[in-house]
Every structure is written in C-alpha cells, then in structure tokens.
Ligand binder design. Structure first.
Ligand code: BES
Ligand code: ZN
Length: 614
C-alpha cells in the first residue's frame, strides 16, 4: 500500500479511474440516492483496488459484461477523515459496476425540505464536494491527483429540474431507453410515474471534487452569450441575480486576455439557497454561489471573478493534494484581483488586497499554536482539510505571486503565467513542480526571492507587502483614529460601499468599548446592513465588547445564513475566552435550533469550534 494523498485510500500501485458513468435515483422522502457507478480503469487490473467511500451502503459490485459478482470488502471502522476504505478483488477487470445507496448523513449533500425553500412546496438538494466529500456521493479515488470524465443520469421528480457542472444532454421520461453504455439501474423497477431523467456529460477530465449537481424548482435568466443565471424560480433571487451578474461576460473576456482561452464552453452561475456553506464554488461550467453575494452594488462580481479565475487556476491546473492547496487558491486570488483591477479599477483591487492582508495577519494569531498551517505547503496527514481551512493559502499565496510579479515586472509575469497555464493544463501538480518551472523560466529568481522561506516557512515573510493606494491608506488611518475616540465624519464616508466599511471595521481594535460600538451604529446603522460582510464584522466587535443589545441580531444572522465565512467568526466570538457564560449558552441554543438548516460541512465546522472552546 502506497498512499499518494493523505486524504485518500487511493494506492499508487493501482491503475487510476479514467471515466465514471453514474445513474442516480434521488429519493427525496428518505434523503437517499439509490445508484449505480460504472468505473473504468486506465488498464485492466488483477488484485485489490482501493476506493474511497463515506456514508455509502454498498449492495454489490458486478462485472459489467457478465453481471457476475466481484468480491469486495468495506472497512468496518470509519476513519474520521477519510471515511471507509472499499477494497475490490479484480480479475483482469478494466471496469466494474458498484450498486450502492447514499445515506441522509452523506457529507456532500444537503437535502432541503419544502419549508426550507422559497416555493415552500417542493424540496431541493445540492452537492458540495470539495475537498473530500465526493466519496459520500459515489465510490471513487477521491484525490485531485486523479482526473476523470463522467456521464450522469439523474432520476428526479418531474416537478423538479436538475443542473450540473457538466453539459446537459436531454431530459426525458424514465421509460425511454437509457444509453447503451449504462447498465439498467437496480431501481429500474421503481415507479417511473411522475419522474424525469436528466442526462449530463462531462468530457473534460476533472478532479472528483469538481463533481456537482443541484435539483429543485429552478429557473434561469440569460445574462451573456455563454452565461445563464440559475436560481430557485420562486422568489426574487433570480431577477436580483440577473442584475447583479450582468457584467459577467466582460470578466470572462478579461480573463481570456490575461490567462488564455476559456476552455469550458459555458460559464453559468447557480445561486443556491442561503444555507450554501461557501461564498462560491468553482464547479466547471456552472459556478455555485451563496445568495449573500447579491447586494445590489455589484460587489458580488468579486466572488464571481474569483470562481471564474479558477477556470484557469484550479480547474485547468489542479493541486495534486490538499497539501498544495495554495496552488489552487493563491493563484486564483491573484488572478481574481487582476480581473477585478481590469473591470473595476486599481482602487477596488487595492481594497481587496488590503482586506486580504488584514485577514492574513489575523490567521497568524489563529494559528499561533499550530504554525504548520501558516505555511504555503502544508502537511495535512491526519488533518481534516475543513478544520484548517483558512486565508493563508489564499492570501500568502497571493502575496508570493505578487512578490514575484514585483521582481520581474508585470509584462514578464503575465507571459510566465500564460506559459504556466498552457504547460500544465488538465494536470495535477505540486509545489515542487511549480518551483522547478519558475526557476527554469525565470533564471536566477532564487537569488532574489527566498523561495524556500515563502513555500516552506511559517509566518509572513518580510518581503510581503501591504497595498499602497489613497483610499486604502485613508480607511486604515480613519480606523486608527477611532482608537483615539474619533468617529468618521459623514462626509468622509459618504461614498463608502460595503468593502470600505469592511476594511474599516476589520482594522478597528478587537477590544472596542460597548459605548463606542453603540455610537458607531447609531450613526451608520451597520448592524442592519444588508451586506453580510459589514454586518458580521460589526457583530463580531459587538460580541467581543459584550454589547448585549445586538445578541438578537446575532441570533437572527446565524439562523438566516449558512455561509461558513459568517458562522465561523460569530460562533467563535461567542464561545472563545473566559467569562462568557451567557454567550456560550446562546451559541449552544442557537446552534441546536439552526443546525438542521446548515449544510453537513458547516455543521461539522461549528461542532469543531465548540469542541475546541467548550
Ligand atoms: N474553492 C473555494 C471554496 C472551497 C475551498 C470549498 C475549500 C471547499 C474547500 C472557492 O473558490 C472559494 O475560495 N470561495 C471563497 C470566495 C472568495 C475567496 C471570493 C468563499 O467561499 O468565500
Ligand atoms: Zn477559490
């Protein structure tokens, strides 16, 4: 056994899966998927083959031609991080069919009951597979080192429709014959009444964490030549989203100018219900987004720019394992800011860099007892990637690339980036591969930049940089003056949008007096901001100051969104530190009441915050 990834049972001595044909029957009443997965290998294999699973019941494994059973065993103990190890005994097989069911606790899936949706009468389900949750939807070699193409049939109630991070082929009745490559599903005898089958194909090889679907009462609006915005058809979100994302094509064009052709044909956006645990997820062909990015001031475009940038960095070039996650997120943060700069100007980009810089410095505080996770290249052996998710790969990664840009100049760096993307597209690489490529293409770079310190060292290297821009400097100095008791004047904040306030609030000291908090809110109504970045930054200060007037608002916020970027700081502020009995009780009660509305990944993250502090 030679593992290639600390988060997977995939064995380096086994062939890799190259294609997966899935047939999924979605049973909403039981929050279960009954499924078959036909996996094709790179070459015929005899002997054991290791696969990752979590929360799956394996009914049988069959030879796809003869239907003869293939022996298998599922480890009886569940690894808390990797899940259950499925071992097959193959005899010269180049493909095999797994008949299985998911369980209601499958960590990638969030099943929303009708009352949790806008229309209130129909259910909704969606996946979030990054980093290691695809294995809870289908058995696979769930490591980004391996790439697969796939087809997927989704059998759904005919009142609902399905979207995927793949090309839609048809929607038909379940009675019409299924394509010849897919064996009849075990549930072929299930009632076909009131059901529809949606067929999708992904013919570009992707890492399994980019597998995604959503099923619900969905509608869409066209917003560009290759972009539709999808969302729940009932409710106001669809029209608001269409307005918010009207500028998407301009960003795709800027992305192509900077990084080369957009390779994924379509760039659709799906706005999910408020429980979606991330800001955005770069599922190919269809980015998944939280509705909290819709603010009516075009700032949601930053999140779209980020997920779009992944189309090159992350989806074309992928980190080989999570140890090299910065190759995905650091490059994407850099690319995102170049797109933002091109469409919204240098000041906007500098603000984003400034917010990121503050975030990076705060992470140093969070990891002060575990400096491993302040490195770019990490060792995640025995570590759950969801537990160590942080700004470090994003912002330190960004700083590293920005440092290289400063060293060699923008034109040379742009050329280098294009060549990097072209050289490694559709490959999964590690930090060493990047460094070798850098040294080969920028001879002598290691004399000017301490590459080892940047990639292997802890903390923030001395040649990292705070951005320079008038607006950034002005906001930071206003925040410093607040420490001396001066509130910003109305004329100073007249043209501030959400990001200006966010930067301002994040630069205030954590120990502001309750009276100052109240005075600030009296003037600027930050606790009522419809921009969650602003609202949450404010509420965090309010909790630190034990300003109880705001606890009602904290509770309301924790019950209305499931984005971890907001849950994490609010729950942490409530439970960390001493003399916080009332806050701890509040946190536990709110979580007990809101838990069912959170995605399983978010539930796990809140539970680990509690485990650490309670
Ligand atoms: N790929 C990430 C989201 C992610 C990371 C999911 C790790 C699971 C594990 C996505 O591209 C992302 O970074 N989203 C950010 C957007 C922001 C940086 C603009 C988010 O969700 O906040
Ligand atoms: Zn990202």
């Amino acid at each position: 056994m030679a593992p290639i990834d600390p988060h997977s049972f995939t064995d380096s001595t086994h062939p890799v899966t190259t294609h997966i044909s899935l047939s999924l029957y979605l049973d909403f009443p039981s929050s279960t998927i009954h499924a078959t997965a036909l996996l094709s290998l790179s070459n015929p294999h005899t002997g054991p083959l290791s696969l990752d699973t979590r929360s799956l019941t394996i009914h049988s494994v069959l030879d796809p031609q003869s239907q003869a059973p293939i022996p298998f065993s599922l480890s009886s103990d569940e690894d808390p991080i990797r899940g259950r190890h499925l071992t097959l005994s193959l005899s010269n097989h180049s493909s095999f069919l797994v008949v299985y069911s998911t369980s209601p606790s499958s960590s990638a899936l969030q099943w929303l009951s009708p009352p949790q949706t806008f229309n209130k009468t129909l259910p909704f389900v969606y996946t979030q597979c990054q980093s290691i949750h695809a294995r809870s939807v289908f058995p696979c070699q769930d490591t980004p080192a391996a790439r697969v193409t796939y087809t997927c049939l989704l059998n759904v109630p005919s009142s609902l429709s399905a979207v995927m991070s793949a090309r839609h082929v048809t929607r038909r009745s379940p009675n019409e014959s299924s394509p010849s490559h897919a064996p009849p599903p075990p549930h072929a005898t299930w009632g076909a009444e009131g059901r529809a089958v949606e067929e999708f194909v992904m013919d570009q090889p992707i890492p399994t964490y980019l597998f995604a679907f959503a099923v619900g009462e969905l509608g869409f609006r066209e917003v560009g030549p290759r972009t539709r915005v999808y969302a729940e058809a009932a409710g106001p979100v669809l029209d608001e989203a269409a307005r918010e994302f009207a500028g998407t094509e301009e960003m795709v064009l800027q992305g192509e100018r900077l990084f080369g052709p957009y390779d994924w044909e379509r760039f659709d956006l799906l706005v999910l219900p408020p429980s979606f645990p991330y800001g955005g997820m770069e599922n190919p062909r269809m980015v998944f987004l939280t509705p909290t990015v819709i603010k009516g001031d075009a700032s949601g475009a930053q999140v779209v720019a980020h997920e779009l940038a992944h189309s090159w960095t992350g989806n074309l070039i992928t980190n080989k394992t999570n140890d090299h996650f910065w190759l995905n997120e650091g490059f994407t943060t850099y690319a995102e800011r170049r797109i933002v700069e091109a469409v919204q100007g240098e000041d906007r980009a500098a603000l984003n860099i400034g917010i990121g810089w503050k975030g990076l410095n705060e992470e140093m505080e969070r990891f002060k007892d575990n400096m491993e996770f302040t490195k770019l290249k990490t060792n995640q052996e025995g570590v759950d990637p969801d537990d160590v998710y942080s700004q470090v790969p994003y912002e330190k990664g960004f700083q590293f690339l920005w440092r290289i840009e400063r060293q060699i100049g923008r034109p040379a760096f742009d050329e280098f980036l294009k060549k990097y993307i072209n050289t490694f597209k559709f490959k999964s690489i590690d930090t060493e591969t990047f460094l070798d490529f850098l040294k080969a293409n920028v001879p002598g770079i290691e004399k000017d930049i301490d590459l080892e310190l940047w990639t292997e060292g802890t903390g923030i290297p001395p040649d990292a940089y705070e951005p320079v821009s008038n607006i950034y400097t002005k906001i930071v100095s206003l925040a410093n003056e607040f420490k001396l008791g001066r509130m910003p004047r109305e004329d100073e904040v007249a043209d501030w949008q959400g990001q200006e306030w966010e930067l301002y609030l994040e630069n205030l000291p954590k120990a502001v007096e309750a009276s100052q908090i109240l005075a600030l809110d009296e003037c600027y109504r930050l606790s009522e901001s419809k921009d969650y970045e602003v609202k949450v930054a404010f509420l965090q200060l309010a909790i630190s100051a034990k300003c109880r007037d705001y606890y009602g608002e904290v509770e309301k916020t924790l019950k209305s969104v499931g984005r971890m970027k907001y849950l994490r700081p609010l729950y942490t502020a409530l439970v960390q530190g001493t003399g916080k009995e009332e806050e701890k009780i509040l946190a536990k009660r709110v979580f007990a009441e809101a838990r069912d509305c959170y995605h399983p990944i978010a539930q796990g993250v809140v539970e680990s915050i509690f485990a650490k502090h309670l």
